[in-house]
Design a protein around this ligand. Structure first.
Ligand code: FES
Ligand SMILES: [Fe+2]
Length: 467
């Protein structure tokens, strides 16, 4: 039996220049057609878009330049969807982002996916063992190629029409395309990808900022912990109903710890010299800690990048504590790394704006990833990392390993959400930070302000040049 001839007479195209209506499954009407009016209603012209973009970035620039130093930001920086979009376009779509760990893709074909604002991305280990990142959007008609959070596959096969990509992104197979179809022109689009100390960073920009200086600074601090060879014992993602900057502001101080974190305060000192960015070198307890750790081959002294975007420092815990447990003793019997040969190393604190802060201890490490969802929602993913051969129930008890930070994360979520609630009030106005306890917050806000001003001024110069 042959194919049935299609009856074309019923499906009539609308005439050019008309404006028609189709009824969708849900009953609402959808406009179609090609009149000028319709085109303007459905999609603002590039000139209007550019004007609007310039208006918002001008407002943001003006407010940042006139900001009262030492005070929190104006309300729209924490609530306004247009300000949020500008944050995404200026920071998250253009800078290096920590996204996951090498040990999450230990074998060729292992992959995981992530959503950064509008961009779905897939990270995959190739047959050559190189970890690469790609835009997770098929070069045929744009379907997501990998739709699960993680998986393993010999090839990346788009579920829509089965275009098949090699693990290096090249298009291997596209069924029944025209004879002159050139596969080499339709590889998955690459995303910049670097791996350092077991941490994978990606950058969505066409031209990525320099990564060599990040690597040179942080790699020596991370290397002894051997996180690239470890495993994730547990991970959690919580959604905090607050702007991503509130999540960071809360993280960058321990002014709130005594009143909110009974579990964490058993082992983590609330001293501003530990949590902040000033005074560590003048604190005799910290100086002694650095001396002892450095003598054991563990880089420890406080180091911050000239622009303040990333910092590493090894800090002591409360005397006698080894790890973040209720008892203060190790949660994991098997040490994280054989290269760490002494006890009492405290925690190696590492942050890199805008996506990650970390704790590396003797028995385990904890990484945190901050990904904004909207102006008032942020996903925080926490991963507990242990030696690859550590066995749950034998070397560690999962509840004991995760208890302190699960509680702490939930307490921080509540704090951020209450903060966001109050900021939504028309009565909110920026308030003063404590110089003693909130030096870290002031540093974060300074970094954000300077970073935004520098980039927006560069963008405005470019936009007016082409206007
Ligand atoms: S959209 Fe991927 S194969 Fe068609
Ligand atoms: Fe906290």
């Amino acid at each position: 039996m042959g194919f049935r001839k299609r009856n074309r007479s019923r499906a009539r195209k609308p005439a050019l220049g008309t404006y028609g209506l189709l009824t969708a499954a849900g009953g609402q009407d959808i406009a179609f057609g090609r009149s000028q009016a319709a085109v303007h209603v459905l999609c603002p012209s590039p000139v209007l878009r550019k004007d609007r973009q310039m208006d918002i970035s001008s407002n943001v620039l003006r407010q940042l330049k006139n900001r009262r130093p030492g005070f929190s930001l104006e309300q729209p920086f924490y609530t306004d969807p247009d300000y949020f979009k500008l944050d995404m376009e200026t920071i998250y779509y253009r800078d290096w982002l920590f996204i996951g760990h090498d040990c999450e893709v230990p074998r060729a074909g292992n992959y995981f996916t992530v959503q950064i604002g509008d961009y779905p991305v897939v990270i995959v280990r190739g047959r050559d063992q190189v970890i690469r990142a790609f835009h997770n959007s098929c070069r045929h008609r744009g379907s997501r190629v990998c739709s699960t959070e993680r998986g393993s596959s010999a090839k990346l096969v788009c579920p829509y029409h089965q275009w098949t990509y090699e693990l290096d992104g090249s298009l291997l197979f596209a069924r029944q395309m025209a004879e002159d179809f050139d596969k080499s022109q339709f590889s998955l689009k690459p995303v910049h990808c670097e791996s350092v100390g077991g941490y994978i960073f990606i950058c969505l920009a066409k031209n990525a900022p320099d990564f060599a200086s990040v690597r040179a600074t942080i790699e020596p601090y991370m290397a002894p912990h051997r996180i690239s060879e470890a495993k994730i014992a547990f991970q959690s993602t919580i959604i905090e109903k607050g702007n991503w900057k509130l999540v960071w502001e809360n993280n960058r101080e321990c002014y709130h710890c005594a009143g909110n974190h009974p579990e964490l305060c058993r082992t983590f000192p609330e001293a501003p010299t530990v949590t902040g960015v000033q005074g560590a070198m003048n604190d005799p307890v910290i100086a002694e800690h650095w001396k002892r750790c450095e003598a054991a081959g563990l880089p420890s002294e406080f180091k911050i990048s000239p622009d303040g975007q990333f910092r590493a420092a090894r800090m002591p815990l409360i005397e006698g504590a080894e790890s973040y447990t209720m008892s203060g003793q190790n949660a994991v019997r098997r040490p994280l790394s054989p290269d760490v040969t002494i006890n009492g190393i405290g925690t190696m604190l590492l942050f890199h704006y805008p996506t990650t802060w970390n704790h590396m201890l003797g028995d385990h490490a904890i990484s945190f990833r901050v990904l904004p969802i909207s102006a008032e929602e942020t996903a925080v993913t926490t991963k507990w990392i242990v030696h690859k051969d550590a066995v749950e129930g034998v070397d560690y008890n999962l509840e004991e390993l995760t208890h302190v930070w699960t509680e702490t994360n939930d307490q921080d979520r509540r704090i951020v959400e209450e903060n966001a609630f109050g900021i939504r009030s028309p009565a909110y106005e920026p308030g003063p930070y404590s110089e003693i306890h909130e030096g870290g917050v002031m540093q974060f806000v300074e970094w954000y302000t300077t970073f935004m001003i520098n980039r927006l001024q560069g963008d405005q110069a470019k936009l007016s040049a082409v206007a």
